[in-house]
Write a protein that binds this ligand. Sequence first.
Ligand SMILES: *[C@@H]1O[C@H](CO)[C@@H](O)[C@H](O)[C@H]1NC(C)=O
Ligand SMILES: *[C@@H]1O[C@H](CO)[C@@H](O)[C@H](O)[C@H]1NC(C)=O
Ligand SMILES: *[C@@H]1O[C@H](CO)[C@@H](O)[C@H](O)[C@H]1NC(C)=O
Ligand SMILES: *[C@@H]1O[C@H](CO)[C@@H](O)[C@H](O)[C@H]1NC(C)=O
Ligand SMILES: *[C@@H]1O[C@H](CO)[C@@H](O)[C@H](O)[C@H]1NC(C)=O
Ligand SMILES: *[C@@H]1O[C@H](CO)[C@@H](O)[C@H](O)[C@H]1NC(C)=O
Ligand SMILES: *[C@@H]1O[C@H](CO)[C@@H](O)[C@H](O)[C@H]1NC(C)=O
Length: 501
Amino acid sequence: MPWFFLFIVFILKLARGDYVKLPGNSDIGNLRLQSGYLKANENGTQRMFYLLLESRDLPSEDAPLIIWFNGGPGCSSLGAFFEEFGPLYVNFDGKSLFENVNSWYHKANILFLESPIGVGFSYDLEVKNVSKGDDDGIAAQNFNAVLDFFENKHASYIKNDFFIAAESYGGVYGPMLSALVAESIAKKEFPNENFKGLMIGNGYMNVKLSTNTMILWSAYHARTSPDEWDEIKMKCKTDGARDVDSYDFMQFMTTTNKMDYMVDNKTECGKLIEPLLGQFTENWEGYDFFNYYHDCYTNFSLPNTTDPIKETLKLAPRKGISALWNKYSTDDKTSYSCWDDVAIHKYLKLSEVEKALKIDSEWLKRKKKWKVCNMAIYDQYVMTHQDMTPFFTKLFNNYTGPAFRVLIYNGDVDTACNYMADGYFTVKYTPWYYSDNKVLAGYYMRYEGANRLGSKLSIDVVTVKGAGHFVPLDRPGPSYQMINNFLSAQPGKLANYTQPI
Ligand SMILES: *[C@@H]1O[C@H](CO)[C@@H](O)[C@H](O)[C@H]1NC(C)=O
Ligand SMILES: *[C@@H]1O[C@H](CO)[C@@H](O)[C@H](O)[C@H]1NC(C)=O
Ligand SMILES: *[C@@H]1O[C@H](CO)[C@@H](O)[C@H](O)[C@H]1NC(C)=O
Ligand SMILES: *[C@@H]1O[C@H](CO)[C@@H](O)[C@H](O)[C@H]1NC(C)=O
Ligand SMILES: *[C@@H]1O[C@H](CO)[C@@H](O)[C@H](O)[C@H]1NC(C)=O
Ligand SMILES: *[C@@H]1O[C@H](CO)[C@@H](O)[C@H](O)[C@H]1NC(C)=O
Ligand SMILES: *[C@@H]1O[C@H](CO)[C@@H](O)[C@H](O)[C@H]1NC(C)=O
């Protein structure tokens, strides 16, 4: 009997393979989490770091695979793992982890890619300090990495249904990668043909629409008076505009990178709209530009960014839990000090965490520390594709599978990538509800059609009420219900977002 028992233990150990054991995780027992590097170019000198999280409730071969990208450009998908929809969040001590009960991995496998090369633990063997990226180059890296995933590193996934998903500037990565994948499948060159859909959260898919609608969003969120708005309507009118909804405010703006637009205050209209775009000026207005109604952050007038954790811990012994309150916030109840980014930087710097994640020794040798965003990449970025329409067209034209579903979801109080730009269509809005049909969770619009190959195509444009830029962080429950219903829609049917989990 004892030898038999030992044998079973041994087999179980083998079966658990080299799953990562995250230090500080006492909330959830064993995650089936793997980490490693994928080849982002042909000769493999570009090494893209990934986390692969297997579904909690389903065998990994039965669950769909979500391939996830954060945006930036230059920000890490580990941000999504530890701050958005992963199973564990980092505590304010920067060491311990606690469970996110609304994680998306319950019924899906998730691949988090740190893209492009130069972000997080991703690096280039030949270039010491990658600080460059561009849209087409990143699309190629992402395609190579995903190919390496299915072809070599995790070939057991070649039969899984898979979805590409991205947020923010990922509104560029997602459609571009999807178009490449659809084309490759059409040519019978891609190892996995079960490409089922694309999900974009608060995506930057059309610069002109994003920029222009931000003026409208601000005007209708109490950031201008009716008299000022009347003046704007007079002074900012552009040729061919039917009404203020279609003014091209961008004509009164300037840019250096074709991505971020600043008002040209030498023009009369520019001066008038400047207060509506506070976040683009040097003079930060003191609100969280990722969530207009969330006063999460510390005192904006402080000369430099204080470490909210340090500040909190200084007070903690005396004040207990109330030390976690953010005294600078106007939010109700226990609005907290927003330690998230500081905490994940601390956590991912720990050498035991680097070790657990099996970070390449070559990366460690360079004595860098993990950062949520590579700002050098952002600062030097020049956007080349300001409108994703051609990539959606290519994706839809080339798609050969039975049915392809697109989910465009937006937190409705984000001022970085506002919902109006991504939902700029004129069909009917239908409400959807969270948790047993009780609470309004947002609205959706639906388009259905087919391509000339007879593949069904659908696009759902969904808003999540009260969420900002990072929907799963701000509205965890509704975001999980939405994703779960989108992923689990039966073949030939479309999602019912109101369905409780
Ligand atoms: C690997 O490929 C890159 C282009 O992706 C090239 O710049 C580099 O020189 C190649 N290195 C080797 C060792 O072949
Ligand atoms: C115009 O913008 C520039 C650069 O942002 C700023 O330095 C200047 O003070 C602004 N001028 C006015 C009149 O607002
Ligand atoms: C924010 O910091 C500034 C500069 O230190 C200080 O003058 C101000 O009183 C602070 N605001 C609050 C609400 O504490
Ligand atoms: C600004 O940063 C310096 C150096 O980190 C620190 O000593 C100082 O206290 C900070 N000032 C404020 C007001 O946070
Ligand atoms: C890496 O590049 C950035 C931007 O070019 C620069 O600011 C930084 O100092 C460089 N770091 C190293 C270690 O060379
Ligand atoms: C793929 O899409 C492109 C762009 O829309 C189109 O020109 C091409 O014909 C499509 N290829 C196939 C095989 O459908
Ligand atoms: C969607 O699900 C809800 C909750 O189960 C249900 O009340 C509603 O009838 C469903 N809607 C459709 C169109 O099936």
